[in-house]
Design a protein around this ligand. Structure first.
Ligand code: ADP
Length: 298
């Protein structure tokens, strides 16, 4: 769907992106994550051919990004600020949108409204909608026709908790519609539940890339339940394993080695292992580690 190779972008003398490479494959829900100013919007706008990159290449559905028009309705975009005809109804927004795009096939107003959960509100004026509903109407407009690749820039920006819940539920549903999604966001907690894959940008460079399982499973974290806590803590000290959490006889360790190796070392030391499993990290934890690592590097 998207192939980004060694992408670089300068604004004058300021380097906004450098050496960024990643792919978005069909069926993925791909997150472009990073703190503010890390280059997410620049990457998205370069990918959509709205901004000329300084180096590298971007192909979207097989076309160079500057020729995105050749994808003809197969790519849809939702920007963070809803662009709606505020004095017109939901239905009018959808019918005018379809006319503007000369849309003759694919999903019509009824179908997209059902998909975004706004059925029954056809006659409501856009200006009378909550921000969450406006965001869903923007997504409905993007889904009209037959897009295969939906790009969303900060879809949760500015929403209250109810709006966040509504939009998250909708994005989760789209996963089952056979759409490929690319989402930029700094809302890590929500993204962890939605994404299948992610790229983390920090200061314009790729700091991590992979499936969510790879990103959060990596790092040699294990959760163990043991019969001898004291001996286990001694072993942790001996091997410089970090104790991340401790509750009764259960420890979460960052050992930097595989769960099997941790198990072997515990058993060899005569510790009875009741339970041992890889401990998933979280996106906020991963993020913190990456930011710390970047700050520590010269
Ligand atoms: P994000 O979307 O992650 O917040 P951006 O892609 O907007 O990050 O910005 C990346 C970097 O490029 C930032 O340092 C930002 O200040 C800079 N930048 C973005 N747009 C412009 C612009 N039009 N002119 C100059 N610098 C810009």
């Amino acid at each position: 769907m998207l192939a980004v190779r060694d992408l670089g972008k300068r604004y004058g003398s300021q380097v906004a992106l450098e050496g960024v490479s990643f792919d978005v494959l069909p069926g993925q829900i791909f997150g472009l994550l990073g703190p503010n100013g890390s280059g997410k919007t620049t990457t998205l706008t370069c990918a959509l051919g709205l901004l000329r990159h300084s180096s590298g290449s971007v192909h979207i559905l097989g076309h160079p990004s500057e020729r995105i028009f050749e994808t003809r309705g197969r790519v849809a975009v939702v920007f963070d600020t809803p662009v709606l005809l505020r004095n017109h109804t939901i239905l009018q927004n959808l019918t005018y949108g379809a006319r503007l795009r000369n849309q003759t096939k694919g999903r019509g107003p009824k179908e997209v409204l059902e998909l975004v959960g706004l059925s029954g509100l056809e006659k409501r004026k856009a200006s009378d909608l909550s921000l969450g509903q406006m965001r869903r109407l923007s997504i409905a407009l993007a889904l009209a026709g037959s897009p295969e690749f939906l790009v969303l820039d900060e879809p949760l920006a500015g929403l209250d908790p109810i709006g966040v819940r509504e939009v998250m539920a909708l994005l989760g549903r789209l996963r089952h519609e056979g759409l490929t999604l690319m989402v930029s966001s700094h809302r890590l907690f929500e993204m962890e539940r939605l994404l299948t894959h992610a790229a983390v940008l920090i200061e314009g460079r790729l700091a991590a890339l992979g499936s969510i399982e790879e990103l959060l499973g990596a790092g040699g974290r294990v959760r163990v339940e043991v019969d001898d806590l004291e001996k286990t803590l001694g072993l942790a000290q001996q091997h410089a394993w970090k104790v991340l959490a401790q509750r009764d006889q259960e420890l979460t360790l960052d050992a930097g080695i595989s769960p099997q190796e941790v198990n072997r070392k515990l058993v060899q030391a005569g510790v009875g292992v009741e339970r041992l499993a890889p401990a998933r990290s979280s996106l906020p934890d991963l993020f913190e580690q990456l930011v710390d690592a970047r700050e520590d590097s010269p």
